[in-house]
Every structure is written in C-alpha cells, then in structure tokens.
Design a protein around this ligand. Structure first.
Ligand code: AMP
Ligand code: MG
Length: 313
C-alpha cells in the first residue's frame, strides 16, 4: 500500500487537507495524526474492520485495548451509557488535554476496541489537527500510539514513517509533539479510582478535583487491571543505566570503557519528556551499547518520566 504523507499547519490546519484525511477515516482507512502527547494511529471507532486494521498495522496483541479520542462532549453519549459525576469533573478541568478516563462502555462500542472489557478509555486531545480531524470524520476515533508494537511511541512524523510507511493510508506531519509521553490513564470503574499510567496530569492534580485516588502499585502490575499493562514496554537495544547523581556517570564510563556509550542530558523535566523517546530511537539507529541517564525526582510529572525510564531498562 502507498502511504500518503502530508504536512499540515498545526497552528492553523488547512481545512481541505483535514477533509481529505477525514474522508479516509469515513471510508474505513487508517490515518496517523499528531496529538499533544504522541502521534496516534486512528480509525472510525464504530467500524470493526477499520479498527482491526490498526492491530494488524502495529502488530498489536489482540488483548491490548485502544483509547477512543473525541472532539466534543456530545460524542461521549454514544460511547457510554452514563457519565459518572467524577468523570464530568475531570473532563471539565482537564479536557482537552492529556488525561484518559476509563468508564463503563455502551453497547455501541465494538468489542474489538476494548478487547472485550466492559469499560472504554476516552480522551479529548489538545491539538488542533487531532480535534479538526475527529470533527470532520463525524465520529470518535480509536487511536493507539502510531508505532510498531514494542517500539517507543512516536513523537515526530518521521518516527511514524519509520514504523508504518506502506502499512497505512496516510500520515499527517504536524511537527514535533508538545509533551512527548503518553497520556495519564485513570480508571474510574474502581473505587477509589486508580491511575493505571502516570502522565503529564499528575496524581496530585487529579486528587484535588475528585479526592482519594490510588497510584498504580506493584501488585496491580503483577496482576494487571488492564490487559495492555502486561506487555513489556519498549526497551532500546542498548542497556539503559539510570544513575542517581551526575558524578556516577564517570563510573559508568570507567566500568564500560570498551563500550559505545550515549549519555542523555536534559535541562528540565519538560525537555526530557519531549525528547526521551526520540533519543531512544536515535541511540538504536546509531548502535549505542549503553545509554546512561540521571534519574529525576519520582514526584509529580517526574513519576511519568521515571515510569518510562524503568520500563526501558
Ligand atoms: P496506547 O494508546 O498505545 O498508549 O495504549 C492504550 C492503553 O490504554 C492500553 O495499553 C491499556 O493499558 C489502556 N486501556 C485502554 N482501554 C482500557 C480499558 N478499557 N481498561 C483499562 N485499560 C485500558
Ligand atoms: Mg502505545
């Protein structure tokens, strides 16, 4: 299949280009598009065959459910039978934005989207291209990250091209994403609600709005609440070494003096999140044997960065 690659202005998306992409979604095809977190690979949520193509293109295990993206609150009515009060409060505060909310699903959501679970993960992205694409497609869009399963989530269109060129209908190039790590996922079907994946919206920010929320503890990871969590996250070919302090880096260079070492260094957590997945991909391309990186405080947004770093080890 020939994949069309098209640049779209992220600040002021060209309407005719969005329409062309939306027509692909309407006709059951796949379009990769930028969101503020990472690039997504989208299909019409109500078209089972189209959703099936996502699993095939990514090589995604059949029991790893997808996140459904909406552009307006009205669209949620077709996805759930009831919106719990806490969900309404979180949507009001954080949408559009990097928070995915899991609630009980309606019968209209095909099983292939949720992998047979009776709940559905929903989010409204904060990216003009994504919002316009959903709006013009006139349906919610099921979209996991637009990478091959087992690779880091894509943060530029080049990453999507590297992984999916020739396997999907279209790739929208809207430049580098803003955040660079996947959305926070909160499961509201549990009491107290539980954060299944840390992200830019923090535990503290969520507790401020809805009260007690559980952080994802080790026992949940051993016996995952969501099937997707049992899969090994991407780890680069290089061995990832996380050091506590900068001076420990010297020791790594000493200990592995015969190896090709890449040191990752960032000025802030924001910058680190934005570049981490890109730097993993670059290190693999350049055949580094060791990646050394200094840890950040396992607190607030740092939790999300440390989560991805630990999973890359
Ligand atoms: P991705 O979009 O590739 O970041 O993956 C989405 C992740 O959301 C999956 O791996 C699951 O862990 C999680 N997820 C999606 N739907 C559900 C659900 N209904 N219940 C629990 N977790 C979910
Ligand atoms: Mg993913």
């Amino acid at each position: 299949m020939k994949t069309e690659i098209i640049k779209i202005n992220s600040r002021n998306p060209e309407v005719y280009k969005i329409r062309e992409a939306a027509n692909i979604i309407i006709n059951g095809g796949l379009v990769a598009f930028p969101t503020e977190t990472v690039y997504g690979l989208g299909a019409n949520v109500f078209n089972k065959n189209a959703v099936k193509k996502i699993f095939i293109a990514k090589g995604r295990p059949q029991d790893n459910p997808l996140i459904v993206h909406v552009s307006e609150m009205k669209q949620i009515n077709s996805l759930v039978s009831e919106i719990p009060y806490n969900a309404k409060k979180l949507m009001k505060k954080f949408w559009p934005g990097p928070l995915t909310i899991i609630i009980k699903k309606s019968k209209l959501v095909p099983d292939i989207v949720t992998c047979g679970l009776d709940s559905v993960a929903i989010r409204m992205p904060k990216n003009k291209i994504a919002l316009k694409l959903i709006e013009q497609s006139k349906c919610p869009i099921a979209a996991p990250s637009a990478n091959l399963s087992g690779k880091p989530s894509p943060t530029t269109a080049e990453h999507v091209i590297d992984d999916l060129n020739g396997k999907i209908d279209k790739i929208i190039d809207g430049g580098k994403v803003n955040i660079g790590l996947e959305s926070t996922i909160i499961d509201l079907t549990q009491n107290p609600p539980i954060i299944l994946r840390p992200g830019k919206i923090t535990h503290k920010q969520i507790e401020k709005i809805i009260g007690k929320v559980q952080k994802n503890k080790k026992e949940f990871i051993k016996k995952p609440k969501s099937p997707g969590m049992k899969y090994k996250h991407y780890s680069p070919n290089a061995k990832v070494i996380i050091v506590k302090k900068e001076n420990e880096i010297k020791e790594v260079y000493k200990k592995y003096s015969d190896k090709k070492i890449k040191q990752l260094k960032y000025g802030s957590e924001i910058e680190m999140a934005k570049n981490l997945f890109k730097d993993f991909r670059d290190a693999d391309k350049k055949c580094y044997e060791i990646i050394v990186v200094e840890e950040v405080e396992d607190k607030e947004f740092g939790c999300a960065i440390m989560d991805r770093l630990r999973k890359a080890k």
